[in-house]
Design a protein around this ligand. Structure first.
Ligand SMILES: NC(=O)c1ccc[n+]([C@@H]2O[C@H](COP(=O)([O-])OP(=O)(O)OC[C@H]3O[C@@H](n4cnc5c(N)ncnc54)[C@H](OP(=O)(O)O)[C@@H]3O)[C@@H](O)[C@H]2O)c1
Length: 229
């Protein structure tokens, strides 16, 4: 396994939910963490924690540059920022789909582009995209979200292809319901039955520590019995 000491991880969506749990977990494991958040006041910076403004609909280079200026390198990029919006199949309203394409797909793409030269330089770069089981099947009416997450799988595979010879490994982490603000509206499943975001963070730490020759491209996480293992 890779030693986290001295490794630098950028984490988007670090203000809340899964991204925040991952940022905290990596910090505790010994990483230097660069948290990308829309509101830098949402997180208290520390010796090994840089908090930088990151808006997923914009560019990510300023965040990557600030990370390198502070910590000297980038080894890990976790794309956790994401949104879910309804998209009707039977009307022309595409606003939700456009929003999700911008945040869930182009956001990670831009963050990857910004981090890529630095990930290449280290020889053990890691990209962890928080996708979803909705990236693997369409199980409910939320198909627009699934479209954006299927696209994130394509992006993950692209990074594996392009980055492989430089030691970059990319993984799509695919949970079902996780108990965060995103699922707070789900009335028929109690939060306690959903996956705990702290457990997603534990899986993220494990995935990011795997060596170049023991890499996992997708990890599917179930809180209930699913046809997809
Ligand atoms: N919860 C689930 O059941 C579940 C399951 C599978 C996958 N996922 C995925 O896991 C990731 C994290 O979700 P979560 O459950 O932690 O959701 P969450 O609690 O709603 O948190 C969403 C995070 O994304 C950030 N974000 C949203 N729009 C942004 C933008 N335009 N620019 C920058 N940051 C933005 C939020 O920042 P602000 O605080 O500034 O709003 C927040 O940090 C998402 O990609 C989601 O699709 C979630």
């Amino acid at each position: 396994m890779l030693d986290p000491k001295g490794r630098v991880a950028m984490v988007s969506g670090a203000s809340r939910g899964i991204g925040r749990k991952i940022a905290e977990r990596l910090l505790a494991a010994g990483y230097m963490v660069s948290a990308g958040v829309r509101n830098p006041g949402s997180l208290a910076a520390g010796d090994n924690l840089l908090v930088h403004r990151y808006e997923a609909t914009g560019e990510a280079r300023a965040w990557a540059d600030a990370t390198v200026a502070r910590f000297g390198r980038i080894d890990v990029l976790v794309n956790a920022a994401g949104i879910s919006r309804p998209v009707p199949l039977d009307s022309d309203d595409e606003a939700g789909l456009d929003d999700m394409w911008a945040v869930n797909v182009k956001g990670p793409l831009r963050a990857i582009r910004a981090a890529l030269p630095h990930l290449r330089a280290g020889g053990t770069g890691r990209v962890l995209n928080i996708a979803s089981l909705s990236a693997k099947r369409v199980a409910n009416a939320n198909f627009g979200y699934a479209m954006s997450k299927f696209a994130l799988i394509a992006l993950t595979q692209a990074v594996r292809r392009e980055g492989w010879e430089h030691g970059i490994r990319a993984t799509a982490l695919c949970p079902g319901f996780v108990a965060t603000d995103m699922t707070a509206h789900v009335a028929d499943v109690p939060a306690a039955a959903m996956t705990d975001p702290a457990d997603i963070a534990a899986l993220a730490e494990m995935l990011l520590a795997l060596p170049n020759n023991a890499t996992i491209g997708e990890l599917l996480v179930n809180w209930r019995l699913e046809p997809m293992l």
